[in-house]
Structure formats: C-alpha cells, structure tokens
Design a binder for this molecule. Structure first.
Ligand code: PLP
Length: 220
C-alpha cells in the first residue's frame, strides 16, 4: 500500500471525528511532500531544528505541530509559524511561549501535556500542577498563548485495559478543566491522544486528535 493510500484509509477510519497529525520526525522532507500531495496538511515533529528545516523547504500552508519535549530557549525558532505546541509541561515554558508570541505578534496555540503513563520517563504535568498554572494570575494575564486542550501519552504496554484507563483519566481531566477554567472558551476542545499502536483505543476514549507516525511512514 502506498503512503497516499495509508493516509486515505486512516482519514476514512477517522471519518472526521478526530484530526490526523502525521508524525514525520526523522523522515525526509521528500516524504512529507508526498503526504502533502496526498492531501495531508498537518504534520508533527518532535525536534525544533528538524521542524524548522522542513518548514523552510516545504509548502507554507502546512500546519506544523511540535509534539516533543520543548526547551524554553528554543521557542524563539518556531514562534512565528508553529500551529500547535502539544508539549507544554511547565509554567516556565508557557511564560517563554507567551513572550515569544508577543515578539512575533501572534497568539500561539498550545496544549498542556499530562503525565498519564506508568513509566516515569515521560514528561508531563500532574492534575495539580496543571491547576496551579491555570489558577495563577500570571497565566490569566498571558495574552499571547491560547491553551486549547490537553495531550498525553499512554504507557508502552500490551495491556489494553491499562492504556484505556490512562486515556480515560486524561479525558476526565479534560472535562474537569474545561468546566472549571474554559467553560466559555470554545477554543478549549482538543484532546490529543493516540499513536500508531493505540489510536483505536484513544478514539474510543474520546480523542479528538491522533498523532500517527510509523504506521503511515514506516518504522523509524
Ligand atoms: C513519535 C511520536 C508519536 C508517533 O508515534 P508512532 O508510534 O510512530 O505513531 C506520537 N506522539 C509523540 C509525542 C511522539 O513523539
């Protein structure tokens, strides 16, 4: 099956219920272009430099999503063009995104990344840490970031029940934060969860955005 067919099939499976972020990290720009030619416009990268390099050479109507851990000192390289930062996991990072958004003259859309997996290797906020941010006066006064939802990665395990529970937890957090802090903010609507191995479970648990790499582009 060709890349174009794999994209078409996955989009058909989604049927408009969730956005497909095609994760192109480590893959050459030529492959991104091939996916673009098949109609894909949203791409995910986990490294700033790689994303900048691809942004420079590829069509400007691509929406670039930063999905990997982001260091504060690198925000400046992507502030002018990034469509969505999935990986906000500290007040310090949010502060820098706000400041770079102001310099770039735009509001930068973000997701709060939650730690939902059992492994402690993965980045992300706890529910309490997220509430601390959302309740702070500093956050409320930020004008150049827009928190549009949550992102999380489930444990890397064959245990489907565990993965399902982790996604369910994230969905619950989403619902609580929505009603406590974003009730009248229609932009807070993104629940980014699900990768090649677990997107079907994520969709069943309410995902609105999946990040799929290897099952589209091949193993890395
Ligand atoms: C690499 C990556 C993905 C995609 O993983 P696949 O297993 O290749 O689909 C999704 N989300 C994040 C945060 C990633 O780093």
């Amino acid at each position: 099956m060709s890349l174009a067919e794999r994209i078409r099939n996955l989009k058909e499976e989604l049927g408009g219920t969730a956005v497909l972020v095609a994760v192109s990290k480590t893959k050459p720009a030529s492959l991104v272009q091939e996916a673009y030619n098949a109609g894909q416009r949203v791409f995910g990268e986990n490294k700033v430099q790689e994303m900048v390099e691809k942004w420079e050479v590829l069509p400007k109507d691509i929406q670039w999503h930063l999905i990997g851990h982001l260091q504060s000192n690198k925000v400046k390289y992507i502030a002018s063009f990034v469509s969505l930062i999935h990986s906000v996991d500290s007040m310090k990072l949010l502060r820098e995104i706000n400041s770079q958004g102001e310099k770039a003259g735009r509001i930068i859309p973000c997701l709060l990344q939650f730690h939902i997996a059992q492994e402690d290797s993965k980045f992300g906020l706890s529910f309490q840490e997220a509430e601390d941010i959302l309740q702070s006066r500093e956050f409320v006064e930020m004008q150049y970031v827009s928190v549009n939802g949550l992102m999380g990665m489930a444990s890397f395990t064959d245990d489907e029940e565990q993965v399902r529970n982790e996604f369910r937890n994230l969905h619950n957090y989403f619902a609580i934060l929505k009603s406590n802090y974003f009730k009248y903010n229609p932009s807070f609507k993104i629940l980014s969860m699900g990768m090649s191995s677990d997107y079907k479970l994520a969709l069943e648990e309410g995902s609105t955005m999946i990040r799929v790499g290897s099952s589209l582009f091949g193993e890395r």
